[in-house]
Design a protein around this ligand. Structure first.
Ligand SMILES: Cc1ncc(COP(=O)(O)O)c(C=O)c1O
Length: 348
């Protein structure tokens, strides 16, 4: 291939596995489903940001930074993984977090990712109220670091800068190599869409590799009307700056609102169904905010007849399961958990 990618750190175990979801495919009577286990990485708790951070942290180190500064929701997987990467590299890490739902527990009762942020020893956690402009708050914290004599490196929301997107170009190349090795192609690749860098990198990488697979983004943060132009802009920037995926066209960006429910980080019955389904039928943990909702969106597309029975559909598991531990009540209170044993029952 003719394009060049910048140097990167190594936070992945290697090529992540692609496995069939046989029981789930049979149960849903849909297309042939597969899963790519991008939840597995070398960074604490794993997840898709590991691939983006391989490039972003290499850039930070090359520029002589001593502090990574990033932002996100208070249950941000991206923040937890940035912090884990910082610890691995001996860097400091400051996190600017907000609670998008207004229902979150405070730092003192922190669980899920926020608990892990404290366990991993974040050098500073700034908890901002709902509706905070996180981009501005990130800039402010970077200025404060500089004023304090630190050398900060800002990582934008979700790590979705053009450089960060290259992590998902790498993932796309793994998928294309897999297609060659099994001599079969995926018809569709389904991925959760938050800040959009994962989807943009996948589209650029797949087009560059000559794969025919169509990428379907399931929105969990913004609606289709806002998200598609943002992702198309990222795809064009990847082509301009890195000469990757120049053959991509605007129609390659296809997002769906089917999994979104009432909004970001708010639970839906369909998300609960998807999380329970993968747990019980495949022994795989999804998460309530991204992969659970994205898989719910995939199920909705199957039920709406979007796919042909012979289609091969690859779901990208982007991680996030630590957030399950912040939201156990969403599952315990729902009928989905009525099969839990009473305390005196034995589990066989
Ligand atoms: C588990 C998980 N999946 C998917 C995403 C979405 O990825 P992107 O922000 O690149 O769209 C995120 C983003 O934080 C995430 O934490």
């Amino acid at each position: 291939m003719t394009f060049k990618r910048p140097i990167k750190r190594k936070y992945m175990l290697g090529t992540t596995p692609i496995e069939p979801l046989k029981r789930t495919s049979a149960l849903l009577k849909g297309p042939e489903l597969f899963i790519k286990r991008d939840d597995l990485s070398l960074l604490a708790g794993g997840g898709n940001k590991s691939r983006k951070l391989e490039y972003l942290v290499a850039d930070a180190l090359r520029k002589g930074a001593d502090t990574l500064v990033t932002c996100g929701a208070y249950q941000s997987n991206h923040a937890r993984l940035t912090l884990a990467a910082a610890k691995r590299e001996g860097l400091k890490c400051h996190l600017v977090l907000s609670d998008p739902t207004g229902h979150g527990r405070g730092a003192a009762e922190a669980s899920g990712n926020l608990f892990l942020d404290r366990l991993l020893g974040a050098d500073k956690i700034i908890l901002k109220p709902k509706d905070t402009d996180l981009f501005q708050a990130l800039d402010d914290e970077v200025d404060a670091c500089t004023d304090a004599g630190l050398k900060p490196y800002a990582i934008t929301l979700g790590g979705s800068s053009v450089l960060g997107c290259l992590g998902y170009v790498d993932c796309a190349l793994e998928i294309a190599a897999h297609e060659i090795s099994i001599k079969e192609e995926f018809d569709y690749i389904v991925v959760p869409v938050g800040s959009g860098g994962t989807m943009a990198g996948l589209i650029a990488g797949l087009r560059e590799a000559g794969s025919k697979a169509k990428v379907l983004g399931i929105n969990v943060l913004m609606k289709k009307v806002t998200q598609e132009p943002r992702i198309w802009q990222l795809v064009q920037q990847i082509a301009d700056l890195h000469k990757i995926g120049a053959s991509a066209v605007e129609e390659d960006v296809q997002c769906f609102d089917e999994g979104l429910g009432e909004g970001y980080a708010l639970p839906t019955d369909e998300m609960r169904e998807a999380v329970k389904l993968l747990a019980e039928k495949e022994g795989i943990l999804l998460d309530p905010t991204y992969t659970g909702k994205a898989f719910a969106g995939l199920i909705a597309l199957i039920r709406n007849g979007f796919f042909k029975p012979e289609d091969k559909v690859l779901f990208i598991h982007t991680g996030g399961s630590p957030a399950l531990f912040e939201h156990q009540d969403w599952f315990v209170e729902s009928n989905e958990m009525t099969n839990l044993p009473e305390s005196e029952d034995t589990v066989e």
